[in-house]
Design a protein around this ligand. Structure first.
Ligand SMILES: NC(=O)c1ccc[n+]([C@@H]2O[C@H](COP(=O)([O-])OP(=O)(O)OC[C@H]3O[C@@H](n4cnc5c(N)ncnc54)[C@H](O)[C@@H]3O)[C@@H](O)[C@H]2O)c1
Length: 261
């Protein structure tokens, strides 16, 4: 895959301040795309900007934004469209997680707990696609990737009901949008990462495991290691490549073979 394939492309990455989103933003910028990255955490976003600039990785334009906010999405995508004459090639819906929650039995889950995860993970992906679809349709081209989880294909180590539900929901959204947007030259796929020690929640989970449990998690992974943010960025790179135009509505597990279907 040549750098030229992405030169001049315009990409949007949510949750770009940290972890997987930061790696994806860095990779796309390095490949020549102008990357517009959003995060609710302004400081984290600045760190991504500095990291990309320091390594001379390419163009990164930060925006502090909460993916739950429809008006903020509209304003952001309008700005991007103005700046690039209506061009948006790539959208990566990555922002998400467990909203700081720990596992509790379902009878202890409040409506607010449930909504907090729903609105970011699934609501954010919905709002992102809704915001960029008209621009992509107008140009007859687009690549959308939703970052779901192995949890969305099965169950979650987090134990958080809303997390698993949103990640399964993102798979449904991916398929429905692939069906709807395919005739417009837009592909929509999902990546289901395996366990990656990229955020406070997974770090907490890892540390809560005994050495034997940690060993079992790695031993249950055919390639015998945990994932890294770079592993996910590589998969994104494949799915958003212009030549991946016959791949849509798919869920790609990037988990060292943990889930095989
Ligand atoms: N790390 C893993 O093991 C793993 C496994 C499967 C799926 N995932 C998924 O990958 C994605 C990224 O995970 P990560 O490990 O990089 O997490 P992370 O916490 O390191 O990064 C997520 C980023 O999203 C941002 N964010 C959270 N809420 C937001 C909001 N409302 N608006 C805008 N930005 C918001 C956070 O500030 C953070 O910078 C998530 O969707 C997560 O569910 C992660």
């Amino acid at each position: 895959m040549s750098r030229d394939a992405f030169e001049g492309q315009v990409a949007i990455v949510t949750g770009a301040g940290h972890g997987l989103g930061q790696a994806m933003a860095g990779m796309l910028a390095e490949l020549g795309a102008v990357v517009h990255g959003a995060d609710v955490a302004a400081g984290e976003l600045r760190a991504t900007q500095q990291w990309i600039a320091a390594a001379d990785r390419g163009a990164f334009v930060p925006r502090t934004l909460d993916v739950r906010d429809s008006l903020a999405w509209e304003a952001w995508v309008d700005d991007i469209a103005d700046r690039h004459d209506g061009q948006v090639d790539i959208l990566i819906n990555n922002a998400g997680g467990v909203a700081g929650q720990m596992h509790h039995p379902i009878e202890q889950i409040s409506d607010e707990d449930w909504a907090a995860v729903m609105e970011v993970n699934l609501g954010g992906a919905f709002r992102g696609i809704r915001a960029v679809a008209p621009l992509m349709k107008a140009r007859g081209y687009g690549r959308i990737v939703n970052i779901t989880s192995g949890a969305g294909r099965s169950w979650s180590l987090t134990g958080i009901q809303a997390y698993t539900s949103t990640k399964a929901g993102e798979i449904g959204l991916t398929r429905q949008m692939a069906f709807e947007l395919g005739p417009h030259g837009i592909t929509v796929n999902a990546i289901a990462p395996g366990f990656i020690r990229s955020n406070p929640a997974t770090e907490r989970q890892w540390r809560a495991m005994s050495p034997e449990e940690q060993g079992r998690l790695v031993a249950g992974t055919p390639v015998r290691r945990l994932g890294t943010p770079q592993d996910i960025a590589w998969a994104v790179r494949f799915l958003v490549h212009p030549q991946s135009d016959f791949i849509t509505g798919q869920v790609l597990s990037v988990d060292g073979g943990h889930q095989m279907f």
